[in-house]
Design a protein around this ligand. Sequence first.
Ligand SMILES: [Zn+2]
Length: 169
Amino acid sequence: MRTVRKQKIHRTCRSLLSKYGYEKPPVDVKKIAKDEGIKVGSAPLPERLAGFIHRRVDESTVIVVKEGLGAYDQRWVIAHELGHYFLHGGEYHITPNKFLKRQTENSFSGLNLEEVEANQFADELLMPENMIHDLVMARENIEVGRLANIFDVNQERMAIRLGALGYLL
Ligand SMILES: [Zn+2]
């Protein structure tokens, strides 16, 4: 059985960030999508969906984000769909609405591999480890709220990311 390709996710995020010259947060994932030739829009979607990506044959790829989502959630949905775009084949991929309410790093461990990979990709693209490292090393205390502001993500997600990287014990 295949396992989550952590190195590939890491390398793909690093090369995207370097391609577009991101050395500091925040990472503008919407701009990255557009620069990759992907159209990004919003539309009313069913309750269970937060967004999807559609690779259209002979047309451009689109990422659709659920209308009315907050700015943090929009950014994370786009990052999740970019994960599918760069890591997985297939015409359609989705972001289930429940992904937005993730409480811990392992709370979706039962998911299929592609969804786990897209979630990890989203976290790595929005909160790159080297950027976190630089900011944490510049201070004595780890202030989750301050870091969340700098990375333009919500505090819960920032805390989960810091925990997964071993910065919060
Ligand atoms: Zn997905």
